[in-house]
Design a protein around this ligand. Structure first.
Ligand SMILES: *Cc1c(COP(=O)(O)O)cnc(C)c1O
Length: 239
């Protein structure tokens, strides 16, 4: 039996997912993009299994997690739902890379050579290659994560040399800005670097930018995957 609280939670999540999808469609139209080229990643960090299940039942398949142990636990708890796509989007400690390599389908936060090498070694060759985005520290970055754009070429070459990783694109987490224009200006060099990279390699199809607060600037700047937590699952209690 599911409780009344879980029932209300499920109804809210379903309607929020619908609203966010509508918002993405409207923004895509506004900026002359195809809505199908802007995927929605549901960021479920700190949220209970019941919340993920509710989103799944509403049709959501791609989920983003930030903490390796929590991600691995959720992966195990929902392993019967074999069409879920698991994305790791948080900072990676080297002692947690194995959990990530063994359970995730994507990692958006690769920003160190050592981590790329460990993920490659720890990814079983029985599994499909781990899809990887390189995290870039663009100006206004909230944390110290991410490489500089000037370091991108050597990181791309490294990832390309690792057989159990498949490079898919770039990711960034800029600090929220007051205006749409400033947010777009901050995204501009990243968007440019992404387009150049995508030109050189047909497997590169992912620019992972945009969160609940800056969907509009991210979609205008060419985002192909927005990572939305709060607008789907509500405020988080911690982090
Ligand atoms: C938490 C988080 C998100 C989602 O943020 P919201 O503001 O809740 O939409 C997106 N990306 C990363 C890397 C995050 O850590």
């Amino acid at each position: 039996m599911i409780s009344d609280v879980e029932m209300t939670e499920a109804t809210n999540i379903k309607s929020n997912l619908h609203l966010v999808s509508q918002q993405i469609e409207a923004l895509a139209l506004q900026y002359q993009r195809e809505a199908k080229n802007v995927r929605l990643l549901a960021v479920s960090k700190t949220k209970p299994i019941s919340a993920l299940k509710a989103a799944y039942d509403a049709g959501q398949r791609a989920f983003g997690e930030n903490y390796a142990q929590e991600a691995a636990d959720k992966h195990l708890a929902l392993s019967h739902l074999t069409d879920i796509e698991w994305h790791f989007i948080g900072p990676i400690q080297s002692n947690k890379s194995r959990l990530i390599a063994e359970t995730m389908d994507w990692v958006h936060s690769v920003d160190r050579e050592k981590i790329a090498r460990r993920l490659n070694e720890q990814r079983s060759s029985n599994l499909p290659p781990l899809n990887v985005c390189i995290q870039i520290n663009i100006s206004g970055e909230q944390s110290k994560s991410g490489i500089l754009l000037s370091e991108l070429d050597s990181m791309v070459d490294l990832v390309a040399s690792l057989p159990n990783l498949q490079l898919r694109g770039l990711m960034a987490i800029p600090a929220p800005q007051d205006s749409h224009e400033t947010q777009c200006a901050i995204y501009q060099p990243l968007a440019q670097a992404y387009l150049e990279l995508a030109k050189s390699d047909s497997m590169i199809d992912t620019l992972s930018i945009g969160m609940s607060g800056d969907l509009s600037a991210a979609i205008q700047s060419g985002s192909t995957m927005v990572r939305v937590g709060t607008a789907i699952f509500g405020e988080r209690d911690y982090s």
